[in-house]
Design a binder for this molecule. Sequence first.
Ligand SMILES: Nc1nc2c(ncn2[C@@H]2O[C@H](COP(=O)(O)OP(=O)(O)OP(=O)(O)O)[C@@H](O)[C@H]2O)c(=O)[nH]1
Ligand SMILES: [Mg+2]
Length: 283
Amino acid sequence: MKIQWFPGHMTKALREMEKNVKLVDLILYVLDARAPFSCQNPQFVEIVGNKPIIYVLNKIDLADDKQTQLWKDFFNRDNTLAIPLNSTMTNASKTVVSGMEKLLAPKLERNRQKGITMPLRAMVIGVPNCGKSTLINNLCGKYKAITGDRPSVTRSTQWVKIAGNIELLDTPGTLWPSFEDDKVSHNLAYINSIKDEVLDVSELVLDFIEKMLKDYPKQFLERYNLEFINEAKPVDYLAKVCENRKFIVKGGQLDWERGARAILDDFRKGRLGKITLDIYSKE
Ligand SMILES: Nc1nc2c(ncn2[C@@H]2O[C@H](COP(=O)(O)OP(=O)(O)OP(=O)(O)O)[C@@H](O)[C@H]2O)c(=O)[nH]1
Ligand SMILES: [Mg+2]
């Protein structure tokens, strides 16, 4: 299924990020730990340039721990740090501040020797709904940035001061004009980075079921009290879920869309267990 969602406010946000990147010492690149590959916006490469990056692997409470560890090792490179996090946990973000101080140690030392007390500035970037504003609130210990369980909650950039003379720039979640790989756009849709209104969820969920049967069959089947059915197609499993849950429309037919939404919602809320969509591979 081809998906496209690149509203005007994202183009505007990207332009503002291009301007503001000059003001910051470092990038906080928030990735959903369930899809760290798919969350990488190709347009960020140029915007970020050679600024130091902290990759925040966020929502680790929902992701497969083994996969998170592999992705953490992958994103820990020269000039970058990877920090797995659950931004909804009090004080979880302390590791982010110490990471910032570690990456910027030479600059901080130079400033100290010259007696300069410049604030440390970071720009927080990522796809919609990955938890940028939640991370910022966690870092400042107050609800300063609006958050919400749907994509494109933040609509404009906003500076937020946190303790330790640090300033963070919250940015709207941004995607890119066209997705080359359906797997990437589908993963972004599953994690609710693309608004459901532009999706055909009844069709999308069939790919999701196929993926679950391949990568996490036990968790998927157990959630819906299903057995593995030989040669069954994803649609057969969706039918079973609808039947079991009595998702029936007038006339006695199955309510496919309701079933589809229920399954995606279960995944998004972690009711299928801890799942990573982007399975790490070395290639
Ligand atoms: N389970 C879990 N939920 C999280 C975590 N971080 C953020 N969330 C939730 O994810 C949803 C989106 O969070 P936001 O902080 O609004 O995301 P955002 O990246 O600022 O989104 P946009 O502004 O739309 O781009 C909210 O419902 C948060 O409570 C996390 O680590 N774990
Ligand atoms: Mg936000």
